[in-house]
Design a protein around this ligand. Structure first.
Ligand SMILES: Cc1ncc(COP(=O)(O)O)c(C=O)c1O
Length: 396
């Protein structure tokens, strides 16, 4: 079964564009501009050239030999988005949208960030293109991702702390949208496959380079496709970018991993598919964590980038179609996976990506040695060392 988009911006009953009327002209202009860019080969040629010269693409594929041997089952391969410039897959989207903003004649860029990786990627692209950059970030996230806050400021971005609500990603998105409503001439560079149309489709397109490269690299280096593809799911951009490369390969099992947090109680995790139900949130219809009255629930995850109450609408369709399956890994499992990958392979994964590693570690021993699990290692863990030191009770 493959996912078909019935109408632009609709994924079965999900997606759409639920926005205040004041934003409608800005969103329509964005949709027009993206559609024009889609058909312009010069736009993609410039993006591809920058992928190479600025971001360091293609990112490599690494066989995690010691981890695979120790687990005694399937071979684990890692798609190394941690090696992309600024340390995560977020640069793929920031670069694409940055070029689109320039094409639209925009000079003031607004962004939100959770783990800070999207903020850092946006700050880097804005510096490179000579644009003003304002990043909204929850104060809770600023505290746990301090190195990224400083990195953004070093590249000339203004980081605005958001101290409303849970002081995390959803509050940062609210503030960025508020800024956009007051400044519709600005460009809102949204960081995941979320929000109103055209963002989920556009961000997916910019992240699809991950799946395209991975599929070609698997065929080139291993000679066949993986049996299982695993990616962590916050808003859903690294996962949808990876999954798109394999959607037509029906034999490839696609697995998204959400944040299982501390427990299955509402407020203690960010597992939207097991703990949420369809609703409308921040511009789109999708699975949302909410209470009985439809109030958006608080969320928790050890990883700032997965700590969000809604999931990208295309994942909702893939879930309902059973083309992709969604599980969760707890804080504790993610931490154990972080330590295992660090010590067995010499790679510090982002805490977000460690959720995908945890699922691979769970699956591998249940599979044969000649089978393959491909994990999207969405980012590097340098930003998380203070969080991990805190959990381990170590002074750094
Ligand atoms: C390294 C990394 N992986 C994954 C995510 C989750 O975002 P998404 O689901 O959009 O890929 C983030 C978000 O900040 C991140 O920094």
């Amino acid at each position: 079964m493959t996912t078909t988009i019935d109408r632009p911006g609709r994924y079965g009953p999900y997606g759409g564009s639920f926005i205040p009327e004041t934003l409608a002209p800005a969103v329509a202009a964005l949709d027009d501009a993206y559609r024009a860019a889609q058909g312009d080969q010069a736009f993609w040629d410039e993006l591809n050239a920058l992928h190479q010269s600025f971001s360091g693409r293609p990112t490599p594929l690494t066989h995690a030999r010691r981890m695979s041997d120790q687990l005694g089952g399937a071979q684990i391969y890692l798609k190394r988005e941690d090696l992309a410039h600024t340390g995560a897959h977020k640069i793929n989207n920031a670069l694409g949208q940055g070029l689109l903003a320039r094409r639209m004649g925009k000079t003031r860029i607004i962004a939100e960030t959770g783990a800070g990786q999207h903020g850092v990627a946006t700050a880097a692209v804005c510096a490179m293109l000579g644009m003003q950059c304002i990043v909204y970030m929850g104060t809770e996230d600023m505290e746990r991702q301090k190195p990224n806050v400083f990195r953004m400021r070093l590249m000339g971005a203004e980081v605005r702390g958001v101290s409303t609500g849970s002081r995390t990603l959803k509050d940062a998105v609210n503030e960025a949208m508020r800024d956009w409503v007051s400044n519709p001439e600005s460009y809102y560079l949204l960081g995941s496959a979320l929000g109103p149309h055209p963002y989920p489709a556009m961000v997916r397109d910019f992240q699809s380079v991950i799946g395209r490269e991975s599929r070609a690299q698997m065929l080139e280096t291993v000679g066949r496709l993986p049996d299982v593809v695993v990616a962590c799911v916050g808003g859903g951009s690294n996962a949808i970018g990876m999954f798109h490369g394999f959607l037509a390969d029906e034999q490839v099992d696609l697995r998204g991993v959400e944040a299982g947090g501390r427990s299955a109680a509402l407020g203690e995790h960010a597992a939207r598919f097991s703990g949420g139900r369809p609703g409308v949130f921040q511009g789109t219809r999708t699975y949302v964590l909410q209470d009985e009255d439809g109030q958006i629930a608080l969320t928790h995850s050890i990883s700032a980038g997965l700590d969000y109450a809604a999931v990208g609408p295309e994942h909702a369709k893939l879930h309902d179609d059973e083309r992709a399956f969604y599980t969760s890994a707890s804080d504790e499992q993610a931490l154990a996976a972080f330590q295992a990958l660090s010590q067995l392979e010499g790679i510090l994964p982002a805490l977000e990506s460690a959720h995908a590693i945890a699922e691979a570690m769970r699956l591998a021993p249940t599979m044969r040695r000649d089978q393959i699990i491909l994990v999207n290692l969405s980012g590097r863990g340098d930003k998380d060392i203070f969080t991990i030191a805190g959990v381990l009770g170590v002074d750094v």
